[in-house]
Ligand binder design. Structure first.
Ligand SMILES: Cc1cc2nc3c(=O)[nH]c(=O)nc-3n(C[C@H](O)[C@H](O)[C@H](O)COP(=O)(O)OP(=O)(O)OC[C@H]3O[C@@H](n4cnc5c(N)ncnc54)[C@H](O)[C@@H]3O)c2cc1C
Length: 150
């Protein structure tokens, strides 16, 4: 009988993302598309991760509009406009947004854009956790691929 060398799974590469504003979120989005085993750690100094500095309740009020519309914002799993259509009418109305008039070239409150970014972070973390558990089951060796946040 011939011996076959056992191939260890590749060791995960460790990556830190400092800041979970839009730059951090699009970096994470890109990393999630990678087939390489990765361990990603997110660091965030603000009390609320994932909203971005100008779109946070700490710095914006409902009357302050973002100057970027859905058509200009790269999707993060879904488009900003698709997410807007999924939001409860009362929530949009509370932000002064008419749910019947949503369109892709509209400028909306910064707080609403921050809420989308936050939702997208949560979605990416769920995706990463699901992949980590699938990866561990596949290797059976405890190698993890995913994210952790602070
Ligand atoms: C007042 C204002 C309004 C703006 N409005 C618009 C707009 O309408 N449209 C537009 O396209 N752009 C706008 N911008 C530009 C805006 O900076 C970018 O859209 C976007 O926020 C940049 O994303 P970012 O992730 O690079 O930075 P930020 O959004 O600033 O996110 C950086 C994150 O990193 C965290 N952080 C910083 N240092 C550390 C650390 N040492 N450790 C851990 N976490 C850290 C911060 O808490 C923050 O959450 C605006 C900028 C400002 C200042």
């Amino acid at each position: 009988m011939q011996d076959h060398p056992v191939q260890n799974p590749p060791r995960p590469r460790n990556i830190a993302i400092v800041g979970t504003g839009p730059t951090g979120l699009y970096t994470l989005h890109h990393l999630l598309a990678s087939e390489r085993p990765l361990t990603v750690t997110l660091f965030e100094a603000a009390p609320l991760a994932g909203v971005g500095q100008p779109y946070s309740p700490d710095s914006a009020q409902v009357t302050m509009l973002a100057n970027i519309a859905s058509i200009e914002i790269p999707p993060l799993g879904e488009t900003y406009l698709d997410w807007l259509h999924r939001q409860p009418v009362v929530l949009l109305q509370a932000c002064g947004v008419d749910p019947s008039g949503l369109h892709e070239r509209q400028f909306l409150p910064r707080l609403v854009l921050g809420a989308w970014f936050r939702d997208r972070l949560e979605h990416m973390l769920e995706t990463a956790r699901a992949r980590a558990s699938r990866g561990a089951a596949r290797t059976g060796a405890g190698h993890r691929r995913g994210t952790g946040g602070r």
